[in-house]
Design a protein. Structure first.
Length: 120
């Protein structure tokens, strides 16, 4: 699974929250300012990042409309689950990692895990 840089993550956060596909200009407007003085990103920068995200499989682009619009290929939850699975898969001792993870969840999260596993 490809990782996300800071700007890529910011763009994905906007796309994951969006109700519809967005153009690069709309994304640019929705992104938080780059620095404390409120400097905006150039649309070309947003387009470059969107192209990278498309190559990584994070976004799809609708080329049938102008300007092109972009949407997330997967949900945030799917992405996070893939990251968790990747980390778990790379661990030399999966049992130890799972035990450590489960030992750190809240009682409510533990109950949710039990429900999901059907061991309620």
């Amino acid at each position: 699974m490809a990782t996300l840089g800071e700007l890529e993550r910011s763009i994905m956060d906007v796309l994951w929250e969006a109700q519809a596909a967005l153009s690069a200009g709309e994304l640019r407007e929705a992104l938080p300012r780059v620095d404390g003085v409120g400097k905006e990103l150039a649309v070309t920068t947003v387009l470059t990042v969107l192209s990278r995200l498309e190559n990584k499989g994070f976004v799809t682009r609708d080329r049938d409309v102008r300007p092109h619009v972009y949407r997330a290929s997967t949900t945030r939850a799917e992405h996070m689950a893939e990251l968790m699975h990747e980390v778990l898969g790379s661990a030399p001792d999966r049992d130890a990692v799972l035990a450590r993870f489960v030992g750190q969840v809240s009682p409510g999260e533990a109950e949710q895990l039990r429900k999901l596993l059907g061991t309620n």
